[in-house]
Design a protein around this ligand. Structure first.
Ligand SMILES: *Cc1c(COP(=O)(O)O)cnc(C)c1O
Length: 448
């Protein structure tokens, strides 16, 4: 087992310097370790399942860049595709062939007719909502508490993820008028959805949902819930926007829709993608029905654009990643996720730590505490964050890099081989014991 020293002077020095020039020392809030304490690790390199920090400590990576690295870090064929692309120049501001091939790969794996490439998941959801409003001529957007769709003004209400981690429910800077256009409902609650549509149905442009939420921890839709959402939107002339930025090309080759709509026979009107499809570069997309997408400029009047949209290097990385992501990759990722999730749960049980393991295919997370099954954000918020924090640090000390937040999914890659998995398994008993010491649900005897 590779122990990481308590002291990480390199990361600490860089963090101090970073705080002098960047708010909180980070460029995305959860990276700062605010929820778990301690020094965020400045990573210097990644290879396969492993990350190495600036002090030379290595970790098995269970974050995978928050989802994108389905094939692991520095996959040789992705690096080769990127290297070849870079040698041809990095951006032209013209159409390129790789964009077309990536778009075709996305359309080929999903039920959408047309797709537009953008640079981040935030841009994808923001643009999808503008398009839904332009298409319907309506303003209201329905979202679910605990679902994160990027930092779009109208979508930041009860947005899970980083806001949940930092304990903020809403953010200054979003105009009241933008918030007033958003209806926030409890997840998995059909009655609440029925009531919202009964009251506002003819003013709702779209309902947006994570296809299977992973930003309040993993909280899968109850069977038939997405089909119900598609149907009620259809009934009221609203668009159903399925956000697959996290799940797309990760939980299956066709994302969550591949195990859900493809089986039950329904399709979203619009979908959003990001993370895996960029192969570790800033690339994302939104797409859907051809009659809706036809409204987008230059074909239609709804404006949307991007200087670096469809960037030749990013699309080369995304295309190489998707072409490599075949059934054997998903089988390997599913298998590793099953092993790590089950063994983590078993170690916690063994140590007497109450918890709930939830998974959706190869995405999973563990809610610490004596909870019922977590079907919504309100329940997720009752988890024992102190238990997670102790577990997180013990794992980190043993060379396993978990998401530094109790509200995030854990991710693995097809590069997580036996050696990487074994390092995780070896770290579990001590981490479970550390959690038992602080866990609110355990008996005093177990705590002693
Ligand atoms: C990560 C994520 C986003 C935002 O994507 P960014 O690239 O971080 O802007 C949107 N929706 C979901 C479901 C996500 O997981």
């Amino acid at each position: 087992m590779s122990a990481v020293p308590a002291d990480v002077p390199g990361s600490q020095a860089w963090f101090d310097r970073a705080r002098g020039v960047t708010p909180g020392g980070v460029n995305s809030p959860v990276r700062a370790f605010a929820a778990v304490g301690g020094t965020p690790r400045f990573m210097a390199s990644g290879a396969g399942a492993w990350l190495t920090d600036v002090d030379g400590n290595s970790y098995v990576d269970l974050v995978c860049s928050w989802g994108p690295m389905l094939l692991g870090h520095a996959h040789p064929e992705v690096i080769e595709a990127v290297t070849r692309a870079i040698a041809r120049g990095t951006s032209y501001g013209t159409p390129t062939t790789t964009e077309v091939e990536l778009a075709a790969e996305i359309v080929g794996r999903t039920p959408i007719d047309k797709v537009r490439l953008v640079s981040s998941g935030t841009e994808a959801t923001m643009s999808a909502i503008r398009l839904a409003r332009g298409f319907t001529g309506r303003d209201l957007v329905v979202k679910f508490a605990g679902c994160y769709h990027g930092h779009v003004d109208s979508l930041l209400a009860s947005a899970g993820s980083g806001l949940a981690t930092l304990g903020v429910s809403s953010t200054p800077g979003v105009p009241a008028s933008a918030a007033a256009q958003t209806i926030v409902l409890p997840y998995n609650d059909r009655a609440a959805v029925e009531a919202a549509f009964a009251e506002h149905g003819d003013a709702i442009a779209c309902l947006i949902t994570e296809a299977s939420p992973g930003n309040m921890g993993v909280v899968p839709p109850e069977p038939g819930f997405n089909a119900f959402l598609a149907e009620i939107c259809h009934r009221h002339g609203a668009l159903f926007v399925s956000d697959e930025v996290m799940t797309g090309f990760r939980v299956s080759r066709s994302g969550q829709w591949g195990t859900d709509g493809a089986v039950e026979g329904w399709t979203p009107d619009l979908m959003t993608f990001g993370k895996v499809m960029g192969g570790g570069f800033p690339a994302a997309a939104f797409g859907g029905r051809s009659d809706v997408m036809a409204l987008l400029s230059p074909e239609g009047p709804v404006y949307q654009a991007g200087t670096l949209s469809g960037n030749p290097v990013a699309t080369a990385a995304g295309l190489a990643t998707l072409r490599l992501a075949d059934e054997s990759v998903y089988a390997q990722v599913d298998d590793v996720a099953a092993t790590i999730s089950k063994e983590s749960s078993a170690a916690l049980t063994e140590a007497g730590v109450p918890h709930v393991l939830q998974s959706n295919g190869n995405m999973f997370s563990i809610f610490f505490g004596d909870l019922p099954p977590v079907r919504d954000y309100a329940t997720a918020q009752t988890q024992d964050v102190a238990g997670f924090k102790a577990f997180f640090h013990a794992m980190l000390d043993a060379g396993v890099y978990l998401p530094p937040s109790a509200y995030e999914a854990w991710f693995v890659s097809s590069a997580h081989d036996d050696r990487a998995v074994q390092q995780v398994l070896d770290a579990l008993p001590a981490a479970a014991t550390a959690a038992a010491r602080v866990s609110t649900g355990s008996t005093s005897e177990e705590r002693a």
